[in-house]
Write a protein that binds this ligand. Sequence first.
Ligand SMILES: Cc1cc2nc3c(=O)[nH]c(=O)nc-3n(C[C@H](O)[C@H](O)[C@H](O)COP(=O)(O)OP(=O)(O)OC[C@H]3O[C@@H](n4cnc5c(N)ncnc54)[C@H](O)[C@@H]3O)c2cc1C
Length: 491
Amino acid sequence: MPENSERPEELLRRADELTPKERMAIPRQPMPERPAEERRRDQSEVPLGFDELHAVIEACRCLECKSKPCVQGCPVGVDIPAFIRLIRQGDFEGAIAKIRECNCLPAVTGRVCPQEEQCQLHCTLAKARKDPEQAVSIGRLERFVADWERGRERPTPETKPSPTGKRVAIVGSGPAGLSAAGDLVRMGHEVTVFEAFHKFGGVLVYGIPEFRLPKEIVDDEVGRLVELGVRFEANVVVGQTVTIDELLEEEGFDAVFLGTGAGLPLFLGVPGEELIGVYSANEYLTRANLMRAYEFPKVDTPIVRAGRVAVVGGGNVAMDAARTALRLGAQEVTLVYRRSRTEMPARAEEIHHAEEEGVQFLLLANPVAILGDETGRVRALRCVRMELGEPDASGRRRPVAVPGSEFDLPAELVIVAIGNGPNPLATSTTPDLKTDSRGRIVVDPATGKTSKRGVFAGGDVVLGAATVILAMGEGRKAARAIDRFLATGEW
Ligand SMILES: Cc1cc2nc3c(=O)[nH]c(=O)nc-3n(C[C@H](O)[C@H](O)[C@H](O)COP(=O)(O)OP(=O)(O)OC[C@H]3O[C@@H](n4cnc5c(N)ncnc54)[C@H](O)[C@@H]3O)c2cc1C
């Protein structure tokens, strides 16, 4: 509700005439969420999204400033004030079309983008009100209008461009691959996406849990691409089923885009990591999401179910693993992070939701060993207390161990979520593809061109584990370069 006494309906009648002062006086609109007690044991989505009234009132808060600092904070350059204005005017169809000019996964990014560090960080309203919490809820508005679109019949498919006769292979169906595929098919190229798993969407389906990103949203986006003419082939492991050289030389593809992500988990390197009951977050979440362990006993996916769970890490992956453990029946879930809360890289909303659901945070603590019982099963995580020293290369204060401060955290399941590197399969079978010391594919940052003619790459396989929106931006950038290469043959 507005801070002044005006009723929302009256305010909306005057939406076009509101002065900047009146817009600034409207408080941020709350988005309803399911209560923690109700949701902590099921997979249904936590935030419920704006209704029309709250979305339009929230849109009224945008000051439509000329310099548009929020757009500079968006890695794909969505014209944010323009789509928000269209929402304010009730033109939801126009608003979603405006977003789709730059972003092909709005229902996804509206849910998972770290908006508080991107577009919303630059919001003039937040600066004017000297409170970052008062930024216009750009992500929630994006989600609202994307969900509005999903609830309606699909518009008539876009008119198809004339075929160029060129064929492009996309390896990996995560956000980088899907964005590249969408742009390339609209340019008239024949596009085939090869995916190692049996489902399409990359981390959006096997990593991020259902309660944060319902899988039907990703299926819907894949369905749109199929309607546009993109072919999808599941269970094809490039580097094993077929090599990149074979795609180019034998299968008749004119270019290849590698969007194979960063699916190789990093481990702690401490004694006891081989014990029964130690998982990488990747494996744990894949078993839970893709193999539907959460549907037990209907689906009997092998996964360790424990009363006490320790999750190591402080990013989105750690939050997802901790909240999934609760939903798989854990009584106590402790997140062990070596820095303080301020340095946690997870989205603010995920940290808040995890805490609300009962995940305990053990901050400034670092594992030094995993302890087992006589049957080889985990019984505890041995940690050492940390304190923060000088800032390191990342700008965050470096954690330093406090000598003699070891203690044991009882746990029957330990989930390691400390980061991922690129999967080496596709690159190791292509010797002329240059990678760096961390296994990331080396590309020209302006085009995504690799060291091998005709092969482009983008997303986490180039950036290291990053974000959905950055991966999408990379896919789109490479699509433009591939189009140029196919038209000119110039490398
Ligand atoms: C649990 C989790 C939570 C996250 N939460 C967020 C969040 O809230 N917000 C956010 O912005 N980002 C989040 N991220 C990061 C984000 O999901 C990634 O940055 C993004 O998905 C990277 O996209 P991509 O297309 O490069 O790779 P991916 O999404 O990893 O997709 C790569 C695809 O390539 C396939 N593949 C790999 N090798 C081969 C091969 N040889 N042959 C065929 N296919 C292959 C893989 O199976 C996969 O489907 C999260 C990541 C994880 C793991």
